[in-house]
Design a protein around this ligand. Structure first.
Ligand code: SF4
Ligand code: FE
Length: 486
């Protein structure tokens, strides 16, 4: 099978029997659950667009492993063109969904694991890369989603993994057998975990020799025995249970985050891609984070475009689009948003091949991209709320609009320009609420801050990559200071 349609993807999820908890209950049919389904619809868009002629070039590509046409989300980047198309594809998907479409974490994991396993093999004579590429062929041939699972719970942050009072605070190997390993631990903040067919686990940080059992990378089918999921709450999520389609703001699409527990999970050796090679764990983290920091240049600018559009639309609905301060605010939103996108394109354009042949983005520019993303969506959201006005948080429920006594008053008093209906105004206000305060803000704001590493992680990388010594020397030379200093 190759290139599933959106519906085929949704049906493929039904075949997996995952153990999922949401709101204190074990969920039987998660595919049709009203809180979960919009996140599945967002993933389905990554399949659906590949079947539209106008988007095929971005969404599909020829596999470097098999020569077959595959979905780009399962591809190993073969050049700068692939890196740039990735960002463009993500921006497009942001337009179509207005939320996190979740498939990039696995995509970024594939590329990071490919480059690092190749280097482990070169240095240590192991065969991880061959195993990994066999696995990736299976993923490509079946058009699967893998959740790239990196973030451990980390317990007491003062202590290294092996020093923790509870040794399970980082995912680790608890048993090695002739046929595979047994792992225990948990991953948190897992974007799209429940909507994935596979879970690709990577270490969460640089490990030292004493933490070798924690330097483990592997993949398991998402419904493997011992794996369970606990669904993350999102602001306003229970509005999805109310039956309407206005107050949710974005009725069709949404993101998803979950806790994944690995309760003594068996992994056969052919699916183990690192096991004890602690000295490579830092490189794997750095590359995965680098690719995902690039990703934000695409997805966040795509969602940002939707918010710019919403601000423009609400300004028109409320009769303010010609006011100079409104125009100025919208231009400011565009400027910030295009700056995010520019960084995504720039780190891709400066990409280089790694030893495995898979291309890596420019890490400095990817970190700049992500650091901007930790700030600009907040400012864009502030401006959108400024343009929208207070109704974004004071609007009554859509049920009140339908009430025989209250409804007509709301229809009368909450109408603005009569060319637009009251409902149009409410829908646009709710979309802005969704993106800046509600379910959409999970992906657009807080994930922009902490996803792919919190701002401090980018600052550390920027400081490390900046070559300050060289910059200082340039300044000294031009200032006519001959003496060299450390
Ligand atoms: Fe993709 Fe963006 Fe969601 Fe990450 S936050 S999975 S890059 S859509
Ligand atoms: Fe993310």
């Amino acid at each position: 099978m190759s290139l599933m349609t959106g519906n085929e993807y949704i049906e493929s999820l039904r075949k997996q029997k995952k153990r999922i908890f949401l709101g204190g209950e074990l969920i039987d049919n998660y595919v049709d659950h009203p809180i979960i389904r919009p996140s599945i619809n967002a993933c389905a868009m990554t399949y659906e667009l590949g079947h539209l002629p106008e988007h095929r070039e971005l969404l599909t590509v020829t596999s470097s492993l098999t020569g077959k046409t595959i979905n780009r989300f399962t591809h190993l980047h073969q050049g700068v063109d692939d890196l740039i198309k990735k960002v463009k594809m993500q921006r497009l998907l942001g337009h179509k969904t207005g939320c996190c479409f979740q498939r990039c974490v696995g995509f970024d994991g594939f590329n990071a694991v490919d480059t690092v396993t190749y280097e482990i093999d070169q240095e240590l004579g192991t065969e991880y890369n061959k195993r990994f590429r066999n696995y990736l062929e299976y993923v490509q041939d079946n058009d699967l989603i893998a959740d790239g699972a990196m973030t451990d719970t980390k317990g007491n942050r003062r202590l290294a993994p092996s020093q923790q009072e509870d040794p399970d605070q980082f995912v680790h190997v608890v048993e090695k057998r002739p046929d595979g390993i047994v792992v225990r631990g948990a991953k948190i903040h897992q974007t799209g975990a429940i909507n994935s067919h596979e879970i690709l686990v990577m270490p969460t940080q640089t490990m030292r020799a004493e933490d070798a059992d924690y330097a483990v990378c592997f993949a398991v089918p998402a419904d493997t025995q011992g794996v369970l999921y606990i669904y993350g709450r999102q602001s306003c999520d229970t509005r999805r249970l109310e039956g309407g389609n206005v107050d949710v703001g974005n009725a069709m699409f949404g993101g998803q985050e979950a806790v994944i527990v690995f309760n003594d999970v068996f992994v056969p050796w052919e699916r183990v891609f690192m096991c004890g090679e602690y000295q490579f764990s830092g490189a794997l983290v750095e590359r995965f984070a680098g690719y995902h920091r690039q990703s934000y240049g695409g997805c966040k600018s795509g969602v940002g475009d939707v918010l710019v559009g919403a601000a423009q639309a609400i300004a028109k609905i409320q009769g303010l689009e010609k006011a100079s301060h409104i125009k100025e605010k919208i231009v400011e939103m565009i400027h910030l948003n295009e700056t995010i996108y520019s960084c995504g394109i720039a780190c891709s354009a400066e990409g280089r091949p790694t030893a495995s042949g898979t291309y890596l983005i420019d890490l400095m520019l990817a970190n700049i991209c992500k650091l901007n993303v930790t700030r600009f969506p907040y400012e864009i959201s502030r401006l959108a709320q400024d343009v929208a006005g207070g109704l974004v948080v004071t609007l009554p429920s859509e049920k009140d609009f339908g009430h025989p006594e209250a409804g007509p008053f709301l229809q009368k008093y909450l109408r603005s320009d009569t060319a637009y209906g009251t409902e149009e105004r409410c829908r646009m206000q709710r979309l802005i609420e969704n993106l800046t305060l509600g379910m959409g803000a999970v992906g657009y704001l807080t994930e922009s801050l902490h996803g792919a590493g919190s701002p401090q992680a980018q600052k550390i990388m920027i400081g490390r990559l900046a070559n300050l010594q060289y910059k200082e020397k340039m300044a000294r030379d031009l200032a006519g200071i001959k003496k060299d200093r450390e």
